[in-house]
Design a binder for this molecule. Sequence first.
Ligand SMILES: [Zn+2]
Length: 67
Amino acid sequence: MDYSKYLHCNACKESGLYCQKHRTEVESTLRKREIKKILQIRDSSSAQYNHAIKGLLESYDIWKMFS
Ligand SMILES: [Zn+2]
């Protein structure tokens, strides 16, 4: 992922992290990456799978908190 455009964005600089527009962009990229990772786990009854799903749900909660 190319983060350099965020470094050059003034709104991002001002907010100290990501501006509203870019945060949405970053979040959806991270979500996609996370989901892709989960889909690669073949055994859906494995602890690894459960752990990954739990992590994804928790991150949704966190994202909701900040939006
Ligand atoms: Zn920005």
